[in-house]
Design a protein around this ligand. Structure first.
Ligand code: ZN
Length: 484
């Protein structure tokens, strides 16, 4: 397990100067007149609050400090944090704390709705998305996600459903959109819940989509026509975890590559691209900080790809990076000077919580000692904590719960839910203790109502500064596209 190659601090500073220069030139060329953006990127980090961004940044600072053996650099390390325009949005839906369906709907269509509704009012009234409107006006459209294609966030841009759980119905609407590029994850339920329906891939192909799920197929995609490019390593529709990715495996395709390919395929004319880091949310639901950080970094690398394009077309490109909501109530008690220790702790974890859970044997066969040894090996023995954790009551109680058959666990009781949520008790308890030792604490396994950050650069980006509601992002995007 390794982390993908990152920019060092100095390079990010250079990048900031480049961005500033590009912005100045664009402003001078535009002569103060408001020029519409020809190329628009909307990046959505699902579940990505400010703490998730900061954690990834401190991790990168620690990494670069460790490799250079100098004091931790304080300058911005995440590309998204280096963008010149900063704002924030409120995320609540009509149901209170939002889910990804209502939040996706607000961002995509400008309408607050009930949780579960995908670009509708939850009772049959459909709302049009910025992607659909742009498409009608001649923009090509790309939808990229590391989650599955019928998941709530991407779906809000191309489909309508009163319930996000009707995945087959949502999947059927994908080819009807006529959008030119879908990429990243695959279909989670290609033949419907009972697996008896006609395959969604077949249907998309019959409607003129070229579908590929191999590296060779991906590499051979050329502009023109419509396509669905699925990760070769898709599982239940999801792209693999960034923390589990094998860099040496050339068959793997990163989120950044999917965005870069989208630019190549759509870039002949004007385009609108939505790209989602869909698994930040999943990692935060499970309170798995190390996996969340790697997902934020993979997402940021995708933003970097768009920024490279912006630097070539500064007066015609708009990049907006935001989130649909925060997940987990993540809190950091790490200061930048602790970044090396933080990186040390977080980089020890060998893979995602899912991989660890999946590797666990039957607890009846192997006792508590074996589980503790496995956890110490997988999550790392940061600060010699392994021995101490193997004796800690919270971890031993969690093991006892894991060893209890599921039907005998008090899964519906409030204390159980607060301690373990829907996860394997031992895995989640161990991970929470490791995270806390590194300076990351979590308050929930669910979404929170925290406001989330907006960062932007390029044509029309000024309007994204300051504080507003998630639904206003839609209006600002339309204005930037020159559609009033
Ligand atoms: Zn979620």
């Amino acid at each position: 397990m390794t982390v993908r190659k990152q920019d060092c601090g100095r390079r990010v500073v250079k990048l900031s100067v480049k961005i500033l220069a590009a912005v100045l030139i664009a402003v001078i060329c535009a002569g103060q007149a408001h020029a519409a953006a020809k190329y628009v990127f909307l990046f959505i980090g699902d579940g990505m609050g400010t703490a998730q961004r900061n954690a990834a940044e401190i991790f990168l600072a620690g990494k670069s400090a460790q490799s250079s053996q100098t004091a931790a650099p304080r300058e911005s390390q995440l590309v998204m944090n280096s963008l010149p325009i900063a704002g924030e949005i409120g995320t609540d839906s009509l149901s209170g704390v939002t889910d990804s369906a209502a939040a996706g709907t607000a961002l995509a269509t400008g309408r607050k709705t009930k949780n579960g509704a995908v670009a509708t009012d939850g009772a049959g009234v459909k709302y049009r998305s910025v992607a659909a409107i742009a498409h009608e006006r001649g923009f090509k459209v790309g939808i990229v996600t590391s989650s599955f294609l019928e998941d709530a966030t991407p779906a809000a841009f191309y489909a309508h459903s009163d319930s996000r759980t009707r995945r087959y119905e949502i999947g059927l609407q994908l080819p009807e959109s006529g959008f030119e590029y879908f990429a990243g994850g695959g279909f989670s339920n290609p033949k419907g819940k009972d697996k008896k329906m006609r395959g969604l891939i077949d249907i998309a192909a019959s409607k003129g989509y070229r579908v590929t799920s191999t590296r060779t197929g991906f590499d051979s995609l050329t502009p023109g026509g419509k396509c669905i490019a699925v990760s070769p390593k898709v599982r239940a529709g999801y792209m693999p975890w960034a923390i589990d990715a094998d860099e040496a495996d050339k068959n793997d395709i990163s989120l950044a590559e999917f965005v870069k390919k989208g630019i190549y395929l759509l870039g002949g004319g004007s385009f609108f691209m939505m790209a989602e880091g869909g698994k930040i949310d999943l990692a935060c639901h499970a309170n798995d900080a190390a996996s969340a950080i790697r997902e934020v970094i993979a997402f940021d690398e995708a933003v970097k790809t768009a920024l490279d394009f912006f630097l070539e077309h500064p007066d015609d490109t708009l990049i907006v990076v935001t989130s649909d909501h925060e997940t987990g109530g993540m809190a950091l008690s790490v200061i930048p000077d602790d970044s090396m220790a933080f990186y040390g702790a977080m980089s020890l974890q060998k893979g995602s919580y899912q991989r660890f859970e999946g590797s666990l044997p039957n607890p009846g066969k192997e006792g508590v000692g074996s589980f503790m040894a496995r956890a110490r090996d997988f999550f790392g023995d940061f600060d010699g904590l392994g021995e101490e954790l193997s004796q800690r009551k919270s971890v031993r109680d969690a093991f006892a719960m894991t060893a209890t058959p599921k039907k005998n666990r008090p899964v519906k009781s409030a204390p159980y839910k607060k301690l373990y949520g829907p996860y394997d008790p031992f895995t989640v308890a161990y991970m929470r203790e490791m995270n806390a030792a590194a300076g990351v604490t979590w308050s929930t396994f669910y979404h929170t109502g925290k406001r989330v950050a907006v960062s932007a650069v390029g044509a029309g980006s000024e309007s994204f500064a300051g504080s507003c509601e998630n639904s206003e992002i839609f209006t600002k995007l339309l204005a930037a596209l020159g559609i009033e």
